[in-house]
Design a protein around this ligand. Sequence first.
Ligand code: EPU
Length: 335
Amino acid sequence: MNIQQNISLKQYNTFGIHVNAKRFVSVNSLQELKKLVKEEKDIFLLGGGSNMLLTSDIKKLVIHLNLKGIIVSESNDNDKTVFVTAEAGENWHEFVLWCISQNYGGLENLSLIPGNVGTSPIQNIGAYGVEIKDTFHQLEALEIETGNLKIFNSEDCNFGYRNSIFKNELKGKYIISNVTFKLTKDNHKINTSYGAIKELLQTNKTPTIKDISDAIIAIRQRKLPDPKKIGNSGSFFKNPIITTNSFKLLQEKYPEIPHYIVSKSEIKIPAGWLIEQCGFKGKRFGDAGVHTKQALVLVNYNNASGEEVYSLAKQIQQKVKEIFNIDLDIEVNII
Ligand code: EPU
């Protein structure tokens, strides 16, 4: 294994933030990973780098997880299910496209989400009416302290909205090495609940999973910046959930406020709307900014530092609190 010194992480995080890793190593096999975990005390895991904001140099050994491979572990023709296991270092979108090319359904709504397979369960990635918990079967993870492998099923992961056990009790304790999804070989379970998909498919009454994926890709390309062109980490904040009572008060003042009912007592408000109302949409502060088409996404136009983006995020949180009395939680990991 080749441990390199003083490597810029700019190309390894979708925000495109330049910070240095004192030591950096790319890992291509589970054996190599086990060896490193045994030998090194302070490690920092890097997957697709799509859900982090780097605000300072990394002194720990940065391990770039580059485990590759996709296998169909079990296929059942009776109930039309198929179990597919992808290694942690597989690019998420390429994996989704591979599943579509095999006509394996279930992940098509999650097309074009940046990042790698290994980090997808950590925040239970979701979009357009679907979350990975819906097709998740199990994952394999390496316990850092003991070097042992453990299998986690869906219940073990404790999935929630943009949340799992790996963001809470087990934060920093395990390295996810592969993930298995339970997919379908028929196209009957297509989820077209999201408004914009419905509209796009109005002319197509029997959409295939490829049609859905194409529609999602078009929607995302219209609204969300391509990290290869403008650095970003997708939604920077979570959509806040407030009580129905506080919502009613807000609705009196802002009758047009968009919202989703979560339960009898809880309502989810799109953070993008709140941020737009506060006047931040499309605003630029040096090279840090708020995306012009989706205010939930903070961007790095080129050379913004992590600190600059973070200070913009804090400014937004303050303003939203001041105007709406709502706390916005940051979704990306601040490092
Ligand atoms: N809105 C505004 N102004 C904005 C952005 C949004 O008024 O600048 C309003 C829209 O008009 C709409 C509502 O907010 O009424 C919802 O907007 P959108 O459909 O774009 O979805 P979102 O709630 O802002 C969430 C996810 C996205 C995911 C979309 C689609 C979170 C934190 N974000 O965004 O996820 O793609 O739904 O399902 O839940 C990501 O996590 O990186 C991500 C992009």
